[in-house]
Design a protein around this ligand. Structure first.
Ligand SMILES: Nc1ncnc2c1ncn2[C@@H]1O[C@H](COP(=O)(O)OP(=O)(O)OP(=O)(O)O)[C@@H](O)[C@H]1O
Ligand SMILES: [Mg+2]
Length: 276
């Protein structure tokens, strides 16, 4: 198509520009379940990293995933977010969206955000700029094409700054934040896209005790409106005290409240060992 043709095409009165189109597919949570993972299998050179894994996460839930090193927690998140393909099984977002049909970008677009362990903020930019940049990199949002933020976007940034507790640091360079603050900023950058499901990998690794406590509060405050799945160690999970899923050798070993998990015989044997 020539430039003239494509310009004409873009100017058609019946044309709906892609940035104005509704990108978010409706997620059917009529059964209260936001994420269905069923019969998931994945082998690496014959080693079963995921082994007939079944997991159901309710809408608005804060779920903690624990398990020894190599239990399959990160691999599970990789499959959910389209980073890694599984050998068999199914993963549905709500009742009707098959995530295994989608690539990483499409999955992110559906409202699934992933926070990796290491913070990846733009160190040479201010806290505020970092949030603004993440707003602009979200292709479904109109301001991609506009240089100036509108009032609504300012409000959104303000709201996120409040949530992550960095209002007073908005003009600071991200590089000068503490490790914990960088982690919160990155969570804030994910929140700018307003995800429905947030997958968070070891959020308090390397944080001070105080920062860890604030992170627990932050993640707890996010649940309800959105669904949060946190991968972490027993100590941190105890401080959140929500439903816990224990993975072991690529399968779900136990699921329940912290009390139930700590008293579960299988868990005591294979995961907690001598220190329940
Ligand atoms: N790309 C890969 N190639 C080969 N083996 C892999 C690959 N990714 C993961 N594995 C293996 O799969 C298993 C599960 O790893 P995974 O990272 O999911 O565990 P985890 O529960 O997140 O552990 P950790 O607590 O250490 O983060 C491990 O034995 C790991 O070595
Ligand atoms: Mg891991």
């Amino acid at each position: 198509m020539s430039i003239l043709d494509s310009t004409r095409d873009a100017m058609r009165r019946d044309q709906v520009w892609s940035f104005l189109q509704e990108h978010e597919q409706k997620v059917d949570i009529s059964h209260q379940v936001l994420l269905y993972v069923e019969g998931l299998n994945l082998s690496f050179d014959g080693f079963k990293a995921l082994n007939d894994l079944n997991l159901y996460i309710n809408d608005g839930e804060l779920r903690c995933l624990i398990g020894a090193n190599g239990a399959g927690k990160t691999t599970l998140m990789d499959v959910i977010t389209g980073k890694t393909q599984c050998d068999s099984g199914s993963v549905y977002f709500g009742q009707s969206i098959n995530l295994l049909d989608k690539d990483e970008a499409e999955i992110a677009q559906l409202g699934i955000g992933r926070k990796f362990q290491k913070p990846t903020v733009f160190e040479a930019h201010t806290v505020m700029d970092n949030l603004e940049l993440s707003l602009k990199s979200n292709k479904s949002v109109l301001p991609t094409l506009l240089a100036v933020l509108n009032g609504e976007e300012y409000d959104r940034i303000d709201e996120v700054l409040e949530t992550i507790g960095l209002k007073g640091e908005r003009m600071m360079l991200a590089g000068s934040l503490s490790h914990g603050q960088k982690q919160w900023l990155e969570i804030g950058m994910l929140l700018m896209a307003n995800p429905r499901l947030l997958l968070v990998d070891e959020p308090v690794a390397g944080m001070t005790v105080q920062e860890g406590e604030r992170t627990a509060e932050l993640l707890t405050s996010l649940a309800g409106e959105r669904t949060v799945v946190v991968e972490h160690d027993m100590e941190f999970v105890r401080s959140i005290a929500q439903t816990v899923t224990v993975l072991h050798q690529g399968s779900v070993l136990a699921e329940g409240s912290m009390d139930e998990i700590q008293n579960n015989q299988d868990v005591i044997e294979v995961y907690l060992g001598e220190a329940p």
